[in-house]
Design a binder for this molecule. Structure first.
Ligand code: ADP
Length: 270
């Protein structure tokens, strides 16, 4: 709620000055507008699965005599509930992230372990589609932050890489330390993202292809969560992609103590 003071020189009276005291509300207004947008978006996004669940419950009731129909509706009811649950989970995650101060509460985190754990959780899904996830390289120093959040970010990137790739392809996850920063790259041989869309994919609920995102269990919040986690850690996330050839997402994070570990005894934990 800062005020800004602007000094204006008024021509042509050479030594006359005017003082304008202006209340700078732009920042507050912007935050408020973003919050309102979020509420509108969330309501819109929740309507789809909630509406479907309600219709399916009705249909189930009507079809009580028809065993095959009951089975079919029950299956779809389950799909919609899983979707709703994923959406609610991501919404909670995102609002939690917006209020957490990682830079001050951070601890040393071993990114090698974070990546290994994230990949482990996705291996079965990938294997079911004959997609190999290969991890290479390592980060010799810990980063400064929150292991759970970092795990969520890496998992979202690898999850996307798998979901937007055809069967029998490879997802490569690379770890390295470059210029005092930890670098994690997630590379796929998937459908790719056009240059115009690369600028928008980190926005909340933005999807290039809504049908595909829904069909593969997407909520439209994955990359927005990644962006928030990385920003909370003072890092950055970028994307490089060629349509039809694949995408590479790169996360860079500051190392614990800026990577200067000659004299410290930090314990690495994840
Ligand atoms: P979603 O839940 O829809 O995947 P995300 O926020 O994770 O939401 O991603 C936003 C959109 O960016 C996706 O809907 C998809 O169109 C695109 N996208 C994300 N990751 C990839 C990828 N690895 N390859 C191609 N497209 C991607």
């Amino acid at each position: 709620q800062g005020s800004i003071m602007v000094q204006l020189r008024v021509a042509p009276l050479d030594n006359e000055y005017i003082l304008i005291l202006a209340d700078d509300r732009t920042e507050i207004t912007r935050t408020e507008a973003m919050r309102n947008d979020f509420v509108v978006n969330v309501s819109h996004e929740l309507k789809t699965p909630v509406g479907a669940i309600s219709l399916l419950a009705e249909a189930l009731d009507d079809a009580a005599e028809d065993e095959e129909a009951v089975h079919r509706f029950a299956g779809r009811l389950q799909v919609e509930s899983v979707r709703l649950s994923a959406l609610v989970q991501d919404i909670i995650e995102l609002s939690r992230l917006q209020s957490k101060d990682v830079v001050h509460e951070g601890r040393p985190v071993d990114m090698n372990k974070v990546v290994a754990d994230a990949v482990d959780r996705l291996r079965l899904t990938a294997e079911a589609r004959d997609i190999a996830i290969k991890v290479g390289g390592s980060i010799p120093y810990p980063v400064h932050g929150d292991a759970d959040q970092l795990m969520t970010a890496v998992r979202n990137l690898v999850d996307n890489a798998v979901r937007y790739s055809p069967d029998q392809t490879t997802v490569g996850v690379g770890l390295s330390a470059v210029d005092g920063l930890a670098q994690v790259t997630v590379k796929d041989q998937g459908i790719g993202i056009s240059p115009e869309e690369q600028e928008r994919v980190f926005e909340r609920f933005y999807r290039v292809d809504t049908a595909r995102s829904r069909q593969t269990g997407g909520t439209g919040l994955g990359l927005s969560i990644v962006k928030h986690v990385v920003a909370n850690h003072g890092g950055e996330v970028t994307v490089w992609s060629q349509q039809g050839r694949g995408s590479t997402f790169t996360v860079r994070l500051p190392l614990w103590n800026g990577g200067d570990h000659a004299h410290d005894q930090d314990t690495v934990e994840a």
